[in-house]
Design a protein around this ligand. Sequence first.
Ligand SMILES: Nc1ncnc2c1ncn2[C@@H]1O[C@H](COP(=O)(O)OP(=O)(O)OP(=O)(O)O)[C@@H](O)[C@H]1O
Ligand SMILES: [Mg+2]
Length: 181
Amino acid sequence: MSKLQIHDVSVVYPGLNGGEQVRALSDINFTIEPGEFVVALGASGCGKTTLLSLMAGFISPTEGYLTLGESQISGLPRVACGIDLHDKIDGPGKERGVVFQKHALLPWLNVIENTEFGLKLQGIGKKERRERATHFLKLVGLEEFHNHPVYQLSGGMQQRVGIARALTNDPKMLLLDEPLG
Ligand SMILES: Nc1ncnc2c1ncn2[C@@H]1O[C@H](COP(=O)(O)OP(=O)(O)OP(=O)(O)O)[C@@H](O)[C@H]1O
Ligand SMILES: [Mg+2]
């Protein structure tokens, strides 16, 4: 996995109905090296989810830019960073798996269908996706619930389906937003 770098990043959210803007992040710089395990700690509302959304490619920074190896995830290109724009990743990618703060499962799909959803989008056949999804459901202790609708699970169990779903895609980087909160 390539290193992920955050360069001079700020995020300002527009105010609601012309109200005051919210500056969620200011002048953030750091690098995550391959193999590193990094934790962001901070009070509620300090910008942790915003930071993760940037790294996942769900939002773009107001200022600055993010890079993954030689590719740019989002933000304006900077001459100084010498990135070839053809390498732009531009948004989310399956190499960056996300476990959301709120589980964000699809309510019309059962547990295994949720877990294998990313593989289905990639066009992987049913047998292989069932095998891979079952392996990770087993790992999070939910194999026996594979046919259950997600509303029949507790909040913690739903969150574990979210973790199994992220792992099933075999991501190179896992972005976890309070996954055990
Ligand atoms: N879509 C949005 N539009 C406007 N403001 C937002 C939006 N998302 C977050 N904010 C604001 O940005 C700031 C940072 O929010 P964020 O969700 O990143 O915090 P957090 O550190 O994850 O908090 P928590 O620990 O409660 O999950 C907060 O002031 C929040 O109100
Ligand atoms: Mg949050």
